[in-house]
Write a protein that binds this ligand. Structure first.
Ligand SMILES: NC(=O)c1ccc[n+]([C@@H]2O[C@H](COP(=O)([O-])OP(=O)(O)OC[C@H]3O[C@@H](n4cnc5c(N)ncnc54)[C@H](OP(=O)(O)O)[C@@H]3O)[C@@H](O)[C@H]2O)c1
Length: 287
């Protein structure tokens, strides 16, 4: 068995590799690495490293020559993400790779999403299914790790201001989703399954504020503001218009209940309960 992990130098990819090397021999793992200077660190683990880019088809062909399973870690939103994903899937098919796995997003209803970029995950899922390759889809919940960015540096002085109402998110730690992905890839036969990796509980920003209050000993309040108040508050921070729009769309989906679905999949594939919000925030904020 040879598993190729793309995005291997990213946060999720590194977490996948950290568990994969415990589960299977390093010689059975390959990594697609975009930046040359990141190669030595991965190579030191005994993993086969292939320099490559989703935009560079011949680099993908070289990386997939002797591969059984490709884990496509979704690209960021800087380039033409859909074309990048299609390149990986097309070359996997051309290279007669047996299985493809993809890191998608756990959202309740694709038809009513506020955040356009999320639809690309579902279009990628469609493309994979149409390819005829055996697939495993990992629909990951919103990373708990993004909460410090969401609530901002002044959270302990000013509180939390988001246009998310009392919407909830089944936040889970990225490294635990990486661990669960690696467990599935190394222990299971790929048979066209879709997992939804979420925490065992969903949390609102009221819950986030309460957890931060308990952990810090300082009262943190959540203010569920409307979108225009939020935009007014954010403008002086120098945030770009496009980023502000994305944050608003994230919050709108949260408010609309897109992110609050709970499943047992993550717990089952970790073999333990996922880290709770309070435990996770303790580490993420160093409290
Ligand atoms: N569930 C969530 O809450 C959530 C939040 C944010 C993002 N995401 C999605 O999940 C993905 C993984 O998350 P993450 O935290 O691991 O992101 P990350 O740390 O930014 O890692 C992304 C990885 O993809 C690689 N990559 C990006 N574009 C590439 C290209 N054109 N060719 C080859 N490699 C490329 C990056 O390579 P370099 O190391 O060279 O940059 C990096 O290794 C993200 O890319 C995004 O699509 C999900």
């Amino acid at each position: 068995m040879q598993i190729l992990v793309t995005g291997a130098t990213g946060n999720l990819g590194s977490a996948v590799i950290e568990t994969l090397v415990k589960n299977i021999p390093a010689k059975n793992i390959s990594a697609l690495v975009r930046e040359e200077e990141k190669i030595p660190e991965i190579k030191a683990k005994g993993i086969n490293v292939f320099p490559g880019d989703y935009d560079n088809v011949s680099s993908l062909e070289s990386a997939m020559k002797k591969v059984d399973t490709v884990l496509l870690i979704s690209a960021g939103d800087q380039g033409d993400r859909m074309q990048q994903h299609r390149n990986v899937i097309d070359i996997a098919k051309k290279s007669r790779v047996a299985n493809i796995a993809y890191t998608s997003r756990a959202m309740r209803n694709r038809e009513t999403l506020a955040h356009d970029l999320m639809e690309e995950h579902f279009l990628t899922e469609d493309y994979i299914k149409a390819s005829g390759l055996n697939y495993t889809i990992f629909r990951n919940t919103l990373y708990m790790d993004v909460l410090p960015i969401f609530v901002g540096k002044k959270v302990f002085e000013s509180g939390i201001f988001q246009p998310a109402g009392d919407g909830k998110v089944a936040f889970a730690l990225r490294k635990e989703m990486g661990e669960a992905i690696a467990n599935v890839l190394s222990n299971e036969i790929c048979e066209n399954k879709t997992y939804k990796f979420t925490n065992s509980e969903a949390y609102s920003f009221y819950d986030v504020a309460e957890a931060l209050t308990i952990l810090s000993g300082k009262e943190v309040k959540y203010h569920p503001v409307d979108i225009s108040t939020f935009q007014e508050r954010m403008r002086p921070t120098g945030i770009s218009q496009s980023m502000l729009q994305k944050v608003v769309e994230f919050n709108t989906d949260i408010k609309n209940g897109q992110e609050d679905e709970i499943t047992n999949d993550l717990e089952a594939k970790l073999g333990r309960k996922p880290t709770t919000l309070q435990e996770g925030l303790k580490t993420l904020f160093g409290l």
